[in-house]
Ligand binder design. Structure first.
Ligand SMILES: Cc1ncc(C[n+]2csc(CCOP(=O)(O)OP(=O)(O)O)c2C)c(N)n1
Ligand SMILES: [Mg+2]
Length: 780
């Protein structure tokens, strides 16, 4: 019986090893085809990373065809993308046509993409490091969903990152490790393709074992897979220990160089170093050149059986780092060469590879080319029985109903930030299902961004209950922050990368787990920039969240230039999959928040970014709701222009009082002067671009909203634009109808001061707007 199990195991190992070879071939051939066979029109390099793929074929084969369970999710190292497509090609999920168009329009994407690739991709990758950390945060999200009864504990999957070793240099990895430790991270595996080569260089030898220390300190189990089965067998033979010690002490760069040089070089070097040891010399002599090269590079990460054993041994939920030693370019002539990151096999090398695989010319795309029918059928059957084949398509999560209106916070003077907090508080108290699905988070700025009241109502999330010590001790405080499993606020340390990656994971709950969360994250607006790549990463894979940047702008007066955001309106405009709004009044805040919770759930929706302020401003009376539809489209006339008006003031956000005061001063002198509230420079501009694009594509289209708004002015009218941020966010309005513009805004760093001083100094006050309006008519 025991023998049978062992035999079965050996058969499985052999099958996976055979599949590994297919992955190596198909990934190399896909890249070769795109670069050397497909017709080129632009003289540009197509690229692809044959060596980066080759170094993790065994890891991926052992993971995907053995260890992976249907509920697990994987982020694949960006440059290993072709391997993922090869796996899905074998499964029948990927088409030949798309493989042939690798890196071409409509073909397989360079790096795995959730939104653009048609195979199942759990996480997009590309910006190294982020695809790793996202798995940890998604595991935390899974725990959140389990705690809230939205996912069953027995359905918990493992969140797995297949990563390059250079990703360990990214700071966001360590920020994430610390946050993970705080939140008792589990069900997370990171598997390092430890080929000790990055793009430019070989990894510093000094890091040897340091990663173990770092990860173990943060509560991870570290499993190092240094040697493969062949090596371990050789080490056990007489003289083997000397070879083991030699490898152990061999600098990374030398190991790589010898690998590239091959068998004779290995022999020469080993004999030079170990020749005096008779047993070692004899052992070395027992291998021919090819065998010796195979032995020396049979590292743990290339040994399917070693990998399978290691994965099998970790059958609990402890976070685990597997350091799988590999050779970059393993099995290819690129192996070990220092320039192999973008290195490509040439035609003769590819020919030789094809011949060695027994693949006939013209049969290169055959999934099992070069194999006998029986073997091919066996491999095909094996692949189709794997857990991956059983994985269901991503679920479609039912929508969470959004009330038709949110009550408008009351108060004659209000700030948009306070209104935001009030809307959330009202929701928390409302008993709406929507409120139960909101999950808030902030990088240590919960109170100062007005999330506190919501958290008082709904509590902090912790898997293990954590009492509020201050509350228990009856120490008076506005914050009642007991932490428990039903809590709805995920407290994060002050690391904005983590914040955006957490929003990404939360914002993918619907496709990942089939149940919706409506994440709301707050951050000081200037520190949006700190996590910008992570924000882009979340948007790139269409995660859905509400981002609130607050407080923003010079309005932060006394906080000074280091805390006053300037260019975030341009970020809001430039970032795809993120609709940016900047309300001025509390009723706009309520309107946009309601819209955001709906838009985040629409198939063609997106994430939403609100840029808010702590400055209280007088609210205005509304005659009716007529402004609302236009406000959602990006702008409305707060004071409609008269017939043939020759000018208008267009403002965004918190400078509304200055814009209104200027309008009042100028209204007599400039007949029909309009006052345009631009609630979203982003949505307005996108609408305008889309209109023009539609025209180029020959589609009929309605005028865009901004064209309609500005049509109310006389041809050749002038515009004064003003916002507490980069003036470029509004100055483009002049281009819509060919109008002259006097743009106001901030285009240099702020400084401390009170608001009147700063607004005067930076030309955001009423006088500046009046002067700018005069300029419109003075210039010729
Ligand atoms: C944030 C970011 N910076 C730079 C790059 C460019 N880049 C792509 S791969 C790479 C090195 C990757 O080395 P490693 O992680 O060791 O992968 P492998 O050796 O397996 O190719 C670099 C610098 C990137 N993709 N993302
Ligand atoms: Mg590497």
């Amino acid at each position: 019986m025991v023998t049978t199990i062992a035999q079965d195991r050996q058969e499985t190992v052999a099958t996976i090893e055979a599949l590994e070879k297919r992955l190596l071939w198909l990934s190399a051939w896909t890249i070769h085809n795109a670069n050397n066979i497909r017709k080129k029109r632009d003289g540009l390099k197509v690229g692809g990373h044959q060596a980066s793929c080759a170094s993790m074929t065994a890891i991926m084969a052992a993971l995907y065809f053995h260890a992976l369970r249907p509920q697990d999710k994987v982020a694949v190292k960006p440059h290993g993308g072709p391997l993922l497509h090869a796996i899905h090609y074998l499964l029948g999920n990927q088409t030949l046509d798309k493989l042939q168009r690798f890196r071409g329009l409509g073909g397989v994407q360079s790096y795995p993409s959730r939104t653009k690739d048609t195979i199942p991709v759990d996480f997009s990758t590309g910006s190294v490091g982020l695809g790793v950390a996202v798995t940890a945060f998604t595991s935390l999200v899974q725990d959140y969903l389990i705690a809230h009864g939205q996912v069953r504990e027995e359905d918990a999957g493992r969140m797995i990152a297949l990563m390059g070793d250079a990703e360990l240099d990214e700071g966001n990895i360590y920020e994430c490790l610390i946050e993970g430790y705080k939140h008792d991270l589990r069900n997370c595996w990171w598997i390092v393709d430890y080929n000790r080569q990055s793009l430019d260089a070989t990894t510093a030898d000094r890091m040897f074992r340091r990663f173990d220390d770092i990860f173990e300190t943060c509560g991870w189990r570290v499993v190092t897979l240094k040697y493969g089965k062949l090596q371990r067998a050789a080490f056990a033979r007489p003289g083997g220990k000397a070879i083991e010690d030699w490898i152990e002490n061999c600098p990374n760069a030398e190991f790589a160089a010898l690998t590239y040089q091959g068998g004779p070089a290995w022999r020469e070097r080993l004999l030079a170093d170990l020749g005096k040891n008779a047993a070692a010399k004899k052992l070395i002599g027992s291998f021919d050149d090819e065998q010796l090269a195979e032995l020396m590079t049979n590292l743990g990460g290339h040994c399917v059986e070693t990998l399978m054993d290691a994965f099998d041994a970790c059958d609990d939920d402890r976070p685990t780092l597997f350091i799988a030693y590999t050779v970059k370019g393993h099995g290819l002539p690129l192996a070990g060469h220092k320039d192999n990151h973008s290195g490509m096999m040439n035609n003769p090398q590819m020919e030789q590879f094809r011949a060695s695989m027994g693949i006939a010319e013209g049969q290169e795309w055959e999934p099992y080319g070069g194999l006998g029918d029986n073997v091919a059928a066996r491999l095909d059957a094996f692949v189709h029985q794997s857990a991956l084949a059983l994985k269901a398509a991503e679920p479609v999560a039912p929508a969470v109903p959004v009330p038709a209106r949110f009550p408008v916070p009351e108060g004659a003077e209000q700030s948009t930030q306070a209104a935001f907090g009030r809307v959330l508080l009202d929701l928390a108290k409302s008993g709406e299902e929507l409120a139960d699905r909101i999950v808030t988070t902030a990088p240590d700025v919960t109170q100062t961004t007005n999330l506190g009241a919501f958290v008082n109502q709904r509590g902090l999330f912790r898997r293990q209950e954590l009492a509020d010590v201050f509350h228990k001790a009856k120490i008076p405080s506005a914050q009642k922050w007991a932490a428990h499993a039903a809590g709805q606020h995920i407290e994060l340390g002050i690391a904005e990368n983590n914040f955006f990656i957490a929003l990404t994971s939360l914002g993918l709950a619907a496709p990942h787990f089939g149940t919706r969360l409506l994440p709301v994250g707050t951050v000081y607006d200037p520190f949006v920039s700190r996590g910008l790549d992570a924000l882009n990463y979340g948007c790139y894979q269409d995660a859905r969240f509400l981002l609130v940047g607050t407080p923003a702008g010079l309005t932060l007066a006394a906080e000074g230039g280091a805390h006053q955001s300037i260019n975030t309106p341009l970020i809001g405009m430039g970032q795809p999959n993120l609709a940016y709004y900047e309300p001025a009044y509390a009723d706009e805040v309520a309107l946009f928040m309601r819209w955001a919770f709906d838009h985040m759930q629409q198939p063609d929706g997106s994430s939403v970014y609100l840029r808010l302020s702590t400055r209280s401003i007088p609210q205005i009376a509304r005659a009716d709701d007529g402004w609302e539809a236009d406000a959602l489209k990006g702008g409305y006339w707060l004071r409609a222009p008269g017939p043939d008006a020759t000018a208008a003031i267009a403002f965004t956000g918190v400078v509304a009082p200055e814009a209104l005061a200027a309008w009042e001063q100028l209204a007599d002198d400039i007949p029909g002067l309009g006052l345009l509230a631009v609630t979203s420079p982003d949505v307005l501009h996108r609408g305008w671009s889309a209109r023009r694009a539609a025209r180029w594509e020959g589609k009929a289209s309605e005028p865009s909203h901004v064209e309609t708004l500005l049509s109310a002015l006389a041809p050749g009218a002038g515009l004064v634009t003003v916002l507490d941020g980069s003036p470029g966010a509004l100055s483009w309005l002049g281009g819509v109808k060919g109008m002259r513009v006097s743009p106001l805004g901030t285009d240099r760093f702020g400084q401390t001061g009170d608001l009147p001083d700063l607004y005067r100094t930076y030309r955001l006050d009423t006088d500046a707007i009046v002067d700018a309006a005069a300029e419109l008519f003075l210039e010729d």
